[in-house]
Write a new protein. Structure first.
Length: 260
């Protein structure tokens, strides 16, 4: 393989399963650092701030800091600052996402009739009333819908669970609209932010993840070298039927240092 200067690591299904590290994942991260690859943990989970995500990784035995974590919530906030800086945001999502939006001085509203933009994301307390209010906010056709990430299913501690994509799709379907943007991986804004944070060119960056349509597409679209791990949501049957082809396929993150 080519020499690399940086590595983008997905988190859920790649480094962690629930709040526990996958077998030998902490050692693999140390080995990547020892090989000179600065890691950036890039997650499509928008429910925690970077600091909270770093704490979760540290508790699982993976040394990192908030500066080495990029969340879909952060990227969504950056997109809204750039494209809708003065908007009143109606948010279908959790408190962790709202915190990330407020950190960028974005305005939130609980009134669907006052919304300039609807932001949809995973919400483990999602209720019919939330879907109704989002529908009302979007009903005049002039209010755009922005999703935090496309993951319809995500790995959890015991088994996979619905993610943001399920709620984004539900809101879009009931409103009869297409989202203006769905951030997270593989959106170009996420890729640009990750490469800027790492400070390395795409061709010298390795991407490791468990999803073909997000992690691997994220890297392949930019000319990064991609590694699919089979420890998350993708199995060999799904790989065989996919149009997205990773450069390498391994059972888990533990095998990645052997590729260097």
């Amino acid at each position: 393989m080519t020499s690399f200067d940086g590595v983008v690591l997905d988190v859920d299904g790649t480094v962690l399963r629930g709040d526990r590290a996958l077998p030998d994942a902490p050692g693999a991260v140390r080995s990547l650092r020892d090989a000179g690859l600065d890691p950036l943990f890039v997650t499509n989970n928008p429910t925690r701030t970077a600091g909270a995500y770093a704490e979760r990784l540290v508790r699982a035995g993976v040394d990192t800091t908030a500066a080495q974590v990029l969340t879909a919530g952060e990227v969504t906030a950056g997109y809204l600052v750039e494209c809708h800086p003065d908007a009143d945001l109606f948010v279908v999502g959790e408190d962790g996402l709202r915190e990330q939006l407020r950190e960028r001085d974005l305005r939130l509203t609980a009134d669907p009739d006052a919304a300039d933009v609807v932001v949809a994301s995973v919400d483990r307390e999602f209720h019919y009333d939330d879907l109704r209010d989002a529908f009302w906010a979007l009903s005049d056709g002039d209010v755009p819908l922005v999703g935090t990430d496309p993951d319809r299913v995500v790995p959890a501690a015991e088994r996979d669970v619905p993610g943001s994509g399920a709620i984004v799709n539900a809101v879009a379907d009931v409103a009869g609209c297409d989202p203006e943007a769905v951030l997270g991986k593989p959106h170009p804004a996420t890729r640009a932010t990750a490469l800027d944070r790492l400070g390395v060119p795409a061709e010298r960056c390795l991407v490791v993840g468990d999803r073909l349509d997000t992690d691997i597409a994220f890297g392949a679209n930019a000319g990064m070298t991609t590694v699919l791990v089979l420890s998350g949501v993708t199995d060999r049957a799904a790989l065989a039927s996919s149009d997205v082809e990773p450069d390498h396929v391994v059972e888990s993150l533990a095998a990645v240092p052997e590729l260097l």
